[in-house]
Design a protein around this ligand. Sequence first.
Ligand code: GLN
Length: 491
Amino acid sequence: EGVKRASFRGGGAAPIQPSELNAIISHQPQPPPPANEDGDGRLDSSLLANKTIAIKDNIVTKDLLTTAASKVLSGYSSPFDATVVTLLRNHGAYISAKTNLDEFGMGSHSQHSGAGPVLSPFTRNGEPLSAGGSSGGSAVAVATGLCWAALGTDTGGSVRLPAAYTGVVGFKPSYGLLSRWGLVQYANSLDTVGILARRVEDIGKVFTTLTVFDKNDPTSLPNSLRQRMPQYNPSEQNKKKNLRIGVPREYNTQELSSPVRSAYTRTLQALQRAGHTLRPVSLPSTRPALSAYYILAPAEASSNLAKYDGVRYGHRTPHPDASPKSNLPLYAQTRGEAFGEEVKRRILLGAFTLSSEAIDNYFLQAQRIRRLVQRDFDAVFARPNPLLDASGEAVGEKEEGRVDVILTPTAPTLPPTLKEVARLSSVQGYMNDVFTVPASLAGLPAVSVPVALEGSEKEGLGEGDVGSVGVQVLAQFGDDAGALGAAEVVE
Ligand code: GLN
């Protein structure tokens, strides 16, 4: 399909083969059938006919094991397909592989995996770069042409960050549009299924097949609400003339590295020259949003992960210490040996912030900040939030300063090298998510689009580097069509 395979190592070294990158945890034993074959119900007329799609390994599939990159789920075989997987298959897609991730989706560089770390195909001065996380395997699979598109999950940026770090497009839809039935939960109130591909248009095709009500997911948005949301239509959206683009003051932070700042500013200027309107906007709760996220997500995670006790399924310690002196029950030994360091850190954090002495100062405050983040966005978008306003009508033109979309960088820096990642403290690692978590807390649609670096922005970067930065488009809740349409304009 004329795919550019990103398989260079730089510095004259032999090219890295996609198989060396550890992006895949398990794959179909058979290669996909030829494109014009319509056996096993894969009709060529279907929207995704013969498209090869890889699935993050925290989304269940009947025919391939699902581990969420955790030892606790090693060997787990799901008796059913996740709804999103069923829909892909029904539309003719070929599910080729399950992709590597940070255990249960907890991380930003795909290094915390029970299946071993993911490598990016890109390098800086011979050093491998971070592929981003937690959907790093899905991003690498798309970037290296192992698949046409991939599903990931995005709780606080896990589709958008790896997309930005590997030069592909990553889309997190509005919360509740894509079914979570069959997703291994991390933090239910934030978890979404996301899509990675090389072009926005391809993301649109996958999104169109997946955005349906699912009675198995209690948070799936009902049809009455979906009918009031604009439909995605690529050609129509492209023609859309004057976009009102919000440029949030709070995203112009010190941490923004100069190539990212420069590419972002250049993108804004180009959009203005093309006839779009730039408007400064204020989202004052951006910074506390990061702290709120890192309280809420671990709190939900600690509660979700309580079920992995070594009794019902998955890993159970093979050496239970039954001596009378041992004070560790079977489940504690199992959990001790089956969870990775980062997952344990999140469980401890969550158990603490939910404890009776801490809940008022942490969990409840974080819930309040979450409301403020939502209000920040509602005060800025021209389109009302359909969850709050029954009319669904756009706020009148009188409402000065309102915008259709907001543009931000996806991440504050270019992808760090894995050596730099290894030197980061946990909290420094969490800083990476500062631009992606607000949309997660508010449930908004968000797309990361790669913008190629130019001129001095490429200084110090060799041939093997990713060569682009992610620019993030945010839109009002339910305006996924608007987010994708604007992403096509940026692309
Ligand atoms: N990096 C964030 C975290 O570790 C986001 C992960 C995600 O979106 N799954 O929580």
